[in-house]
Ligand binder design. Structure first.
Ligand code: SF4
Length: 220
C-alpha cells in the first residue's frame, strides 16, 4: 500500500505542500546552467522538517524522475532500512530530498560525475533558499563532502565529522546537521575502517534525532 503520511506531520503542512508544488513547477522549467544536462530532478513535495541534501543527480535519475534512484540510492536506502528500520518508500514520504544541484552535471574528464561548478552551485542555491523558507527545517542530512561543505561551511575530512551532530546557520535557519558519506560506489570510504564504524555512528544519531522520532509510526 502506498505510504501517504510520514508520521512527522506539523501544523501548516498543507500550505507547505502547496508552496512546494508551485516551486517545483518553476524548478522543472529551470534552464539557468548551460552545461547542465536536464531534466531537473527533485523529490516529492514532502512538507518535512528534515531535508536530505545530496550533491547532484547522476545519469539515470532523470529517467526515473527522482533523486537517488539508482545504485547510490540503493546503498543509501539500505543504510536507512538497516539502522532506522525505515524502508525507501517511507523515507521518501517523510524526508524532503534536495541536492546542491538539480541537474546532471555530465561526466568529468577523469571519469565519474562532474562536480557542479561554483556558478552552478550559486544558481541552484536560490531554489534551496526558497525551499528552506517553506520547510523551516530542523535537521539536515548532508550526504557527501560537497553537501556537507555547503551546509556547514566546513572543509573537514569525513573522518573528523561523520558520526557527529553539528549545528549550522543555513539559509537563515539554525539547523542540526548530520553528515554522511556519499553512498556512491566510486568511493570505498564507507565500506572500510574507520568509515564503516563512523557511518554506523552517524546513522545511530539519525535514528535517535527527535526530528525523525515519528518516522517509524505506521501510516494511517
Ligand atoms: S542545476 Fe539548478 S539552477 Fe542549474 S539549470 Fe539545473 S535546476 Fe537550474
Amino acid at each position: 500500500m502506498p505510504v501517504t503520511t510520514s508520521g512527522l506531520e506539523r501544523p501548516g503542512d498543507e500550505r507547505r505542500k502547496r508552496a512546494l508544488r508551485l516551486l517545483h513547477r518553476e524548478l522543472d522549467a529551470c534552464v539557468l546552467c548551460p552545461k547542465m544536462i536536464r531534466p531537473v530532478v527533485h523529490g516529492g513535495a514532502v512538507p518535512s522538517r528534515v531535508i536530505l541534501l545530496g550533491q547532484a543527480p547522476g545519469p539515470r535519475e532523470g529517467t526515473f524522475g527522482k533523486p537517488f534512484a539508482w545504485t547510490a540510492g540503493k546503498t543509501m536506502f539500505g543504510w536507512f532500512e538497516r539502522e532506522l528500520g525505515v524502508d525507501e518508500e517511507r523515507f521518501r514520504a517523510s524526508v524532503y530530498i534536495a541536492a546542491v544541484a538539480r541537474c546532471f552535471p555530465g561526466k568529468a574528464s577523469g571519469g565519474g560525475d562532474r562536480k557542479p561548478d561554483p556558478g552552478e552551485i550559486g544558481r541552484c542555491e536560490t531554489w534551496l533558499t526558497r525551499e528552506v523558507a517553506i520547510l523551516e527545517p530542523e535537521l539536515v542530512i548532508a550526504v557527501g563532502t560537497l553537501a556537507i561543505e555547503r551546509v556547514t561551511g566546513m572543509k573537514s575530512p569525513l573522518a573528523n565529522i561523520v558520526g557527529t551532530t553539528l549545528r549550522a546557520r543555513w539559509h537563515g535557519r539554525d539547523v542540526d546537521v548530520i553528515p554522511l558519506p556519499h553512498p556512491s560506489g566510486a568511493s570505498p570510504w564507507h565500506r572500510i575502517e574507520p568509515g564503516k564504524t563512523l557511518l554506523g555512528k552517524g546513522l545511530q544519531l539519525l535514528a535517535r534525532h527527535p526530528s525523525l522520532a515519528g518516522i517509524r509510526a505506521p501510516a494511517s
